[in-house]
Design a protein around this ligand. Structure first.
Ligand code: SF4
Length: 355
């Protein structure tokens, strides 16, 4: 059957309550839903046959009423530093990428939320694809479950960042349901401190994200003035720095939590000491930390990487003003797996920075 004509819901597109409704509609007791969810998320079952605590008759009924789309990467590219870029072909032929980054004792996945992106950031390779479509929750979970299987046993997947292709707040219903599956006790039960949603500054989505999810928040900032930010990030023309700051001041952060600000350093564009001073001033009043990310040029990029002494000087200005600022090592640069490099095809990619 053409997958586009298959009207059966993908189980990972359903909330726990919807799975329960389905189970009850199939004549089962509600507690069977919990078993189905355990098979999906804790055991990572890829077929109904694997769900052996369910009766054969129920499994057959379930398979007639619902489907499982299993996502396995069609291509895995490995970097010299151990980072792996995973390419997933979707059922409609489009493709997305995730980046699996091994750390000392755990792994982090940079996950995509859309095919392409409509934010149009000037330094980002994904932006050159334009926007194709939103991912469904099952397609976000498919990346996560595949990465969990691929992570090395001594480096289990514990950390997740929504910093791959797409703007998560431009696809909030799907991202919020995926976050429920990722953080919830019915799902992967990952720590909310280890799951980060990164936005380019889609202010309208922030209240709904905060209401739905306790995940950590990151903001891709990249410029301390509206003039420059609007040039680098068109989203700033819709929500300028004042609107962004107002929304972030109101964002309900737990007492020990901070917002991470990503700042990609573009040589000669946004890496001047005076811009660091302006950034520190803009951050006043926010519980913030700053990740400085020297730009990773990609083919056709109009920007250059900041010189190491510029990066150091920029960081120094921030630290002098009591702003926590760290320079992030780019991982997977040799396979175009670093921030802003993801392009959803073998030659493409986006860069990732991590704690
Ligand atoms: S940096 Fe992020 S928000 Fe901006 S175009 Fe690229 S994927 Fe979209």
């Amino acid at each position: 059957m053409n997958p586009n004509e298959d009207k059966r819901p993908e189980l990972r597109d359903l909330s726990p309550a919807q799975v329960q409704e389905l189970v009850v509609a199939l004549g089962q007791k509600p507690y069977r839903a919990r078993q189905v969810l355990q098979w999906l998320y804790q055991h990572g079952a890829e077929s109904f046959e694997e769900m052996t605590t369910l009766s054969k008759v129920f499994r057959e009924r379930l398979a007639r009423a619902a489907r499982l789309e299993n996502m396995a990467p069609s291509l895995v590219e490995a970097s010299a530093d151990g980072t792996r870029k995973l390419l997933f072909k979707l059922q409609d032929g489009l493709a997305v990428e995730s980046v699996l980054i091994p750390e000392e004792d755990h792994s982090t996945l940079c996950v995509s939320s859309q095919v392409g992106c409509r934010m149009g950031c000037a330094f980002c390779r994904t932006a050159t694809l334009g926007f194709k479509r939103n991912l469904r929750p099952a397609e976000i979970m498919g990346q996560v479950l595949a990465a969990r299987r691929l992570a090395e046993p001594d480096k289990p997947l514990t950390n997740l960042v929504f910093m791959g292709m797409g703007e998560p707040l431009d696809n909030l219903p799907a991202v919020n349901l995926a976050l429920r599956h990722i953080l919830g006790s019915h799902g992967l039960a990952m720590s909310q401190r280890r799951v980060t949603v990164s936005t380019a500054g889609v202010v309208a989505g922030l209240p709904a994200l905060a209401a739905a999810s306790p995940a950590a928040l990151a903001v891709s900032l990249n410029a301390p003035s509206d003039e420059l930010r609007s040039r680098l990030m068109p989203v700033n023309r819709r929500w300028n720095l004042a609107a962004l700051k107002k929304a972030l001041m109101a964002y309900p952060l737990k007492p020990t939590r901070r917002i991470t600000f990503e700042y990609v350093l573009l040589g000669g564009v946004n890496d001047q000491p005076a811009q660091a001073v302006a950034l520190a001033r803009w951050l006043q009043g926010l519980r913030a930390k700053v990740n400085l990310i020297p730009f990773n040029p990609h083919p056709g990029a109009a920007f250059e990487r900041s010189a190491p002494q510029r990066v150091e000087a920029f960081q120094g200005e921030l630290i002098k003003r009591h702003v926590t600022a760290m320079v992030r090592k780019s991982r997977g640069v040799d396979i175009s797996a670093a921030c802003g490099q993801l392009a959803g095809k073998k030659a493409g990619t986006a860069q990732v920075t991590l704690e």
